[in-house]
Design a protein around this ligand. Sequence first.
Ligand SMILES: NC(=O)c1ccc[n+]([C@@H]2O[C@H](COP(=O)([O-])OP(=O)(O)OC[C@H]3O[C@@H](n4cnc5c(N)ncnc54)[C@H](O)[C@@H]3O)[C@@H](O)[C@H]2O)c1
Length: 332
Amino acid sequence: MPTTPSVLVAGGAGYIGSHTAKFLRNAGYTPVVLDNLCTGNRFALRYGPFHEGNISDAALVRRIVDQHQPVGAILFAGHIDVGESARAPRKYFHNNVGEAVAFLDALLDSGVNRVVFSSSCAVYGIQTVMPLNEDASKDPVSTYAETKLFLEKVLRAYDSAYGLKYAALRYFNASGADHDGEVGENHTPESHLIPLAIYAAMGGSPLKIFGDDYPTPDGTAVRDYIHVNDLADGHLRALRHLIDGGPSVALNLGTGSGYSVHQVIEAVERISGKKVPGHMGPRREGDAPELVCDPRRVRETLGWVPQHSSLEEIVTTAWRWHSEFQKVAAGK
Ligand SMILES: NC(=O)c1ccc[n+]([C@@H]2O[C@H](COP(=O)([O-])OP(=O)(O)OC[C@H]3O[C@@H](n4cnc5c(N)ncnc54)[C@H](O)[C@@H]3O)[C@@H](O)[C@H]2O)c1
């Protein structure tokens, strides 16, 4: 019986990793998840084999590679909270850099030389010219963003010295949920706008809005929201690009359209039919007024065009997840 090619998905119990695991499974791959469940969800482990452990555990990585012979790896595993990274930089450098470098070493030592890495548009920091293309200066303003940029540098050096081929994908704002409601966003604590607005609409804490005096059309910050399934598609395309012998790349993944905090709130209110209670606070340090992607390079390189990233579809899938499925999936 022919076996399907495997892909090692480090951090596959998390939000973006679990959607990507499902996407890979549906595309004929076996996603093999390695996750220590520090923030991941057991309920999201449903699309392929699971190995519980740390990405820096070289012996475990070798065993997984020996057993599953993956065609490449995707590195989602990491800590993601920008605010926490200011309070606990040690935790972020340790995990997002130290453990991640150990993972790359273990991959190379096991003979895996293709990796897709979760970078972030945060590497650009605060920029004035929009949309942002990949050549914009890299000026991280948080420890979190520093760790992402540092790992991109490690990848570049490992490519030139050891032939490790990589795709560093700089996501804009991951959002939305699986259309079947099997997985969705379940961060604790949550720091992302759409789930927080939905929780507020469902009777949770009122939404804190950080500033309405930005130089944007309605004064609130503008972001580029990208559906998590479009991100998943981007990962598979990036992996195939490397499998086909393409060079290492660093690419933005975003739509090219920005929405303000007020526009997101309006969408949540319209789609849920409920009010989003909230209060206005001052700007938050390190927040850019606007972050919008120029998606031309990823379109040209990978043929990637978002299919599910209208604000309507993002908020509709997120609302269904949080209002109907999340509690059941998470056993809350
Ligand atoms: N969510 C976004 O909007 C966004 C935007 C840009 C970049 N990213 C990046 O995408 C990646 C995934 O984000 P997410 O929102 O799915 O986060 P998440 O917290 O839901 O998932 C991260 C997963 O990695 C696992 N993990 C963390 N450290 C590990 C370690 N040392 N060993 C093994 N497993 C470990 C966690 O248990 C979790 O399952 C992160 O690297 C994040 O920085 C996310």
